[in-house]
Design a protein around this ligand. Sequence first.
Ligand code: VGL
Ligand code: ZN
Length: 232
Amino acid sequence: ARELALATTAADERRGDAGASTGALGAQGDRALLVIDVQNDFAAPSGALTVRGGDGVARACSRCVEAFDRVVFAQDYHPAGHESFASAHAGKAPYDEVELAHGTQTLWPDHCVQGTWGCAFHDDLVVPARAMVVRKGHNRDVDSYSAFFENDRRSDTGLDEYLKKEGVKRVYVVGLAYDFCVKYTALDAKRLGYDAYVVRDCCAGVALPGTMEAAEKELADAGVVVLETLPA
Ligand code: VGL
Ligand code: ZN
């Protein structure tokens, strides 16, 4: 019942395709859930880059995971000394900005270093065996907020190719952080031709000055549909 109900969101109804949702597989066929960076460093209270409300987001995302047949998990996956870390730049502190060849980079505390506890998915996140995991940020010299492209937009993660091959037309984006990786993933999804949805109560933001407002506006301007909640 939950699957059928989920397939009939307000946004679907606006699009007039609610009637296409017949049977679990048919209803699920063209949609995917993208769960972004629900890892200890963001979601756990003792994480290196804790997002307020992150552990609640882990539980909310798990409820979404159970409702989707096709789920992709993004994992921020940095080598030690990654250039997005303030510690890699002499005289810089976390949340300072620096100019790099491909644009402005916000500097972060060391986080999501490969093989560490902080990099692991939060314990409350359900990660089914069928799930696809996309790792990003492994290139030392360029950050990757979006689950589709690195920030210089040169190399892609393979996610678009996978979703297209699967026949996915609608992507629902949830997780952390709303104003960074969730935002950029949803914007790229829209740009790549998917109907893109962000489920607001399954997200939380870093909330640096102005970043939450900027996210609201950029998502709206791009035509990403921000749903308050996934209908029960
Ligand atoms: C993220 C900052 C640095 C995110 C990742 O997942 O939103 N934010 N790395
Ligand atoms: Zn990162």
